[in-house]
Design a protein around this ligand. Structure first.
Ligand code: 2BA
Length: 108
């Protein structure tokens, strides 16, 4: 088995959840926060047989959109801390996905 960890935008969480449910794929959602934007995001934990990993990746790809967001860095272009730094545009998502080996899976 594998553990798929997918960090996605909160806005896409219900779409992804429904698509996984439709395929009878079990998942757990964790409320998380990105280190750069410090905005809330959602992390899905999905334990899945190895031969269904690609199916899960395809569902994630279809359910999650990339979006542009603005962030105001605390450091201005001259490199010093300032109140006058300009917002910069970053593209977030669709999804950051990690696939980990799972040695054992128990349900007691
Ligand atoms: P954040 O850390 O809030 O990052 C949001 C977006 O800001 C990133 O989108 C990226 O476009 C940009 N960004 C992040 N760090 C940057 C930096 N040092 N300099 C310039 N731009 C930067 P994504 O790459 O789509 O990442 C979305 C979220 O996925 C991240 O939110 C973070 O929560 C997670 N993530 C991404 N890469 C990760 C990694 N290697 N390990 C753990 N979590 C990761």
């Amino acid at each position: 088995m594998k553990l798929v960890l997918a960090i996605i935008q909160e806005k896409d969480a219900s779409t992804l959840q429904s698509s996984l449910n439709d395929k009878k794929i079990t998942s757990t959602q964790l409320p998380t926060k990105g280190g750069f934007l410090k905005a809330k995001n959602t992390t899905f934990m999905i334990g899945i047989d190895e031969d269904r990993v690609q199916e899960v990746l395809d569902i994630i790809k279809e359910s999650c959109q990339a979006r542009d967001q603005y962030v105001t860095p605390p450091i201005n272009l001259a490199g010093s801390i300032s109140d006058t730094s300009y917002p910069v545009e970053v593209q977030v998502g669709g999804a950051t996905v990690m696939v980990l080996p799972m040695d054992n899976f128990y349900r007691f």
